[in-house]
Design a protein around this ligand. Structure first.
Ligand SMILES: Cc1cc2nc3c(=O)[nH]c(=O)nc-3n(C[C@H](O)[C@H](O)[C@H](O)COP(=O)(O)O)c2cc1C
Length: 184
């Protein structure tokens, strides 16, 4: 069976809410990076055993949160051994502004996957960008590299637009499906 893991950091719960949708789509194990930027030894083992790894971080000051960056740097240990070579990767980010420089975060996640010799999965969904489009439509933020989510700065985690959450779920399913197909 294909094993997928969603590993994320969330300071205030919004990215955690999104991560649950990604994990639902991917039938993935969820791993939360703690407020110190750390995960347990067992969680490292789960990542090493995964066919697919999906990274998630809120966008803070135009990039990943420092806790995610600490995890990112800690993966250099695995990098030396090529332990994640040819795994399938994806990524998502969430921020308060519609744009909010989320693309920088996604590219950071994509670059991390590439450093590990991974196979990055694009979003694979057409953007909803017509006059009739609403925030309830899938990919209404018009991403392509990974999943983009907006949480208005005064919104609770469960107020995130339905279209963004559905996008997160569909993306999780796509990453897991591609990992399954590559496993053969
Ligand atoms: C330190 C900090 C920096 C932030 N920087 C950005 C930013 O660059 N762009 C943006 O749109 N939102 C920014 N935000 C808003 C968060 O991305 C947004 O509140 C997000 O939902 C937080 O996710 P979380 O609840 O998982 O921590 C920032 C928030 C914090 C706390």
């Amino acid at each position: 069976m294909t094993k997928a893991v969603v590993i994320y950091y969330s300071g205030y719960g919004h990215t955690q809410h999104v991560a649950q949708y990604v994990a639902e789509g991917a039938h993935a194990q969820l791993i939360a990076i703690d407020n110190n930027g750390e995960i347990s030894e067992q969680e490292w083992e789960a990542l090493n055993a995964a066919d697919a790894i999906i990274f998630g971080s809120p966008t803070y000051m135009g990039s990943v949160a420092w806790q995610f960056k600490k995890f990112q740097d800690a993966t250099s240990k695995v990098w030396f051994t090529r332990g994640w070579q040819d795994k399938v990767f994806g990524g998502f980010t969430n921020s308060a502004s519609l744009n909010g420089d989320k693309q920088v975060t996604l590219i950071t996640l994509q670059t991390l996957a590439s450093q590990h010799g991974g196979i990055w999965v694009s979003l694979g969904l057409l953007p909803a960008n017509t006059l009739a489009s609403t925030r309830n439509d899938v990919n209404n933020l018009g991403g392509s590299v990974g999943a983009l989510i907006q949480s208005p700065s005064d919104a609770a985690a469960d107020n995130i637009a339905a279209g963004d959450l559905e996008t997160a779920k569909l993306y999780g399913a796509r990453v897991a499906d591609i990992a399954r197909r590559l496993r053969g």
